[in-house]
Design a protein around this ligand. Structure first.
Ligand SMILES: N[C@@H](CCC(=O)N[C@@H](CS)C(=O)NCC(=O)O)C(=O)O
Length: 204
């Protein structure tokens, strides 16, 4: 049984949205954010305390993008996956890594110092917000002439990268909504599987 631990609006949306698109059977545990403060027993499940966390039998995973990739590889076939024999495969891999290493990383600093520890490092909020917005150049330019990021279809590259825009919205980084990015996310966020994934909440 696939099990996913999540908090609302977190990177957990990547494996959850993927699982929903694929119609997979999985067990979801929604927690308050951050669980390291409000649900300390979570550290017995995931020693890092980070979200998301996925298990599948003996499989244990702590990286959201790797989880999405694992689900499409293990439980496909699915069009969400781009295969090595497709021309866009290198670009697909690049977008998957870019989504977290280049885009979500600076947002994590903004999240921490804007919302969790306000006043401690205001310059970091400003600096890393600008860093994030400048790194959107590749995404905005790529979307000039295409509907989806890879292989002319909806894939987990769209799922993983668009989370950065979901997070930008909750962090109030309005400059993220450049014209092509906005058109692309307006279309993606109309998908039923996205709406369902975003609706899961922690209930006491
Ligand atoms: N690279 C990891 C990062 C996981 C991560 O740091 N997630 C954030 C939430 S989106 C978190 O766990 N924050 C916990 C905290 O602030 O205590 C991934 O993509 O899953």
């Amino acid at each position: 049984m696939i099990k996913i631990w999540a908090t609302q609006g977190s990177r957990a949306i990547r494996p959850i949205w993927t699982a929903e698109e694929m119609g997979l059977d999985y067990e979801l545990t929604m927690m308050p954010f951050p669980p390291r403060v409000f649900m300390k027993e979570y550290l017995d499940v995931n020693m890092l305390g980070t979200i998301p966390y996925l298990t599948d039998g003996e499989v244990k995973m702590t990286e959201s993008v790797a989880m999405a990739q694992y689900l499409v590889e293990k439980y496909g076939p699915t069009d969400l996956r781009v295969s090595p024999d497709e021309p866009d495969y290198p670009s697909y891999l690049n977008w998957l890594f870019h989504s977290d290493a280049t885009l979500t990383f600076p947002q994590t600093v903004v999240l921490r110092y804007k919302l969790q520890e306000p006043g401690v490092a205001d310059a970091a909020v400003d600096g890393y917000s600008r860093w994030f917005v400048s790194r959107l150049k590749l995404l905005e330019t790529t979307l000039e002439d295409r509907e989806f990021l890879c292989s002319s279809r909806f894939t987990i590259a769209d799922i993983c990268v668009s989370y950065a825009i979901t997070l930008a919205d909750s962090l109030g980084i309005e400059q993220a909504f450049k014209p092509n990015i906005k058109r692309w996310t307006d279309m993606l966020f109309e998908r039923e599987a996205y709406k369902k994934s975003m609706s899961y909440k922690f209930e006491e």
